[in-house]
Design a protein around this ligand. Structure first.
Ligand code: XBP
Ligand code: MG
Length: 258
């Protein structure tokens, strides 16, 4: 029997913050430079490469088409590993300089959930170190206490669009998919949530502004404002996407919910 909304499951990159263009991409380029690798990812290159989830997987995918990349597969994997580790260190430096703000409306929604007993989880395919860096920068070292589950890239064999990360989060929370709502920005994220039976709200991000995202409960430009969202429920006087509005959207997706 489906139930009312019990938990919000948050994607990280592109959803909590716009981390890709000015965070991960810049850090990848710094890692290339530091290891004297003759490759720099432009904003457009990176947009194309985002179709591959996981930074190490993204590097390996790109290397497969690069003349400078080692021909030997294990050597290539070692280089990807080194670049990725260095990238994550540089990313942590960027984040620590407060260069990547939370997206509008995120903090307000997290606070509302904390006050209303709606549980919170992180469901991301980024590395744990990156989640730690970003959330510490915005919420302090105690950020982890605010989340009932944190599933990262290292926790799953297959990254989004595989549903594994969502399945793991639901298991940790002891919930079924229809008792939760995912907040995502990318087609891979939407597919992953759907694969685990979790309805999805899509907050458009820089790189996925026009991407086809499939069956979302609602699609809109920012959690920080009410205008521009596709779903009809909710009063027009509401200034942002708040918890009562999310509860209405959840009921649209799970009509039997109380
Ligand atoms: C986004 C990703 C990640 C990041 C880079 O994950 O696919 O690969 O781009 O982070 P999500 P890593 O939107 O699910 O948060 O280098 O740690 O993979
Ligand atoms: Mg994302």
């Amino acid at each position: 029997m489906p139930q009312a909304l019990q938990a919000l499951l948050w994607d990280v990159d592109g959803t909590l913050a716009e981390t890709e263009r000015d965070g991960h991409r810049v850090a990848f380029n710094q890692a290339f430079e530091a290891l004297a690798v003759p490759r720099r990812w432009s904003e457009a290159d990176y947009g194309r490469l985002l179709a591959v989830t996981g930074g190490r997987e993204r590097l390996l995918h790109d290397m497969a088409q690069q003349p400078w990349a080692p021909a030997d597969a294990s050597e290539r994997a070692r280089l990807a590993e080194r670049l990725h580790r260095l990238k994550n260190e540089r990313y942590a430096d960027i984040v620590a300089r407060a260069a990547l703000p939370l997206r509008e409306g995120v903090r307000e929604l997290l606070d509302e959930c904390a006050c209303s007993g709606v549980r919170l989880a992180i469901v991301t395919t980024t590395s744990r170190a990156n989640v730690q860096a970003l959330l510490t920068a915005h919420f302090g070292l105690g950020w982890r206490a605010g989340f009932d589950a944190v599933v990262c890239g290292e926790d799953v064999a297959d990254k989004k669009p595989s549903p594994q990360a969502y399945v793991a989060a639901l298991r940790a929370l002891g919930l079924r998919g229809d008792q939760a709502l995912a907040i995502e920005d990318s087609p891979a994220g939407v597919a992953a949530a759907h694969g685990a039976g979790v309805p999805v709200v899509v907050t458009r991000s820089h790189y996925f502004a026009d991407a086809a995202v499939g069956q979302a409960v609602a699609v809109g430009p920012s959690l920080g404002r009410r205008e521009g969202w596709t779903a009809a429920a909710g009063s027009d006087t509401v200034a942002r996407v708040d918890l009562p509005l999310l509860r209405q959207w959840h009921r649209l997706a799970v009509p039997q919910a109380a």
